[in-house]
Design a protein around this ligand. Sequence first.
Ligand SMILES: O=P(O)(O)OC[C@H]1O[C@](O)(COP(=O)(O)O)[C@@H](O)[C@@H]1O
Ligand SMILES: [Mg+2]
Ligand SMILES: [Mg+2]
Length: 331
Amino acid sequence: MEESRIATPIGTTLDRFIKNNQENFKYATGELSQLLRDIALASKVVNREVSKAGLVDIIGTLEAHNSGGEQQKKLDVLANIRFTRALKKGGEACALISEENDSYEELNRDGKYIIAIDPLDGSSNIDVNVSVGTIFSIYRRKTEVGTPVQEIDILQKGTEQVAAGYVLYGASTMLVFTTGHGVNGFTYEQSLGEYFLSNADIKIPKDGSIYSINEGLSKDFLPSVASYIDWCKEQSFNARYVGSLVADFHRNMLKGGIYIYPATTKKAEGKLRLIYECNPLSFITEQAGGLATDGNGRIMEIQPTTLHQRSPFYVGSEKLVERANAGSKVK
Ligand SMILES: O=P(O)(O)OC[C@H]1O[C@](O)(COP(=O)(O)O)[C@@H](O)[C@@H]1O
Ligand SMILES: [Mg+2]
Ligand SMILES: [Mg+2]
């Protein structure tokens, strides 16, 4: 992996960080930087809504269903509107793939970038004041600017990402992203309305002692997953599972651990979405020195064939993911 040249001090604003590190923004013409600013701005609006969710009429479930047939929360819809609006106004994106929309939305034909987004991740946790997040991925369009977006623009492998990140609306709100030159985390200072660099050049510990999996599914686990979890228990690892992917991922990235959403006997593809959940977190993981697989191969090398495709997901500390993968290859 290319050595990061970032030497920006803790406490630097997001804007200054972007300016100081322009060479780390691929095709540094300013558009990718602007996209990140647009996403950051929308996240501040969503943060405001998340933080007052208990006080105003935005918690609860709607009649409508999303792309996966899951009933939408009011905040799912609101967050989708906020991000879509910011990206539309920003003008840098030609298309948006969102968990909340059945098909992709064309934004601005002159835009060079495709955005994939899970506007509100872990939304089942919103009604009970538990951390939620936003996950996003940025691709460069393959076809000529000014022409209609094509399938080859939309269905790109994770290896084609030029940037990816997430926002965690937790005890504090954080924006974590990579442009392929390491991973940096910014904490939101609400009273100033600014993101400040708080976690520079994040690295996932090579090993760890946390495992995160929904053990309620254990009767449907494949033998390889069941025996891996038994091994975690033999090691007296800590079981930690919030049920918001962003929060579970963030904890394990900082502390060292493994997150698994496996294939089960009932759902061979698992639950998580390749394009806007697994790929962005895989890019961040690899940039932080960890591993992300589907239990066999690298997530980012999977060629998506549909927009809302699912994939089993093994992510985290290198040693733990390697061991879990080795187990799934034993027949
Ligand atoms: O309840 P389960 O099956 O453990 O699923 C939890 C997982 O599903 C998700 O909630 C899916 O995300 P959405 O809320 O964006 O649909 C992940 O955040 C989370 O890790
Ligand atoms: Mg999600
Ligand atoms: Mg979601």
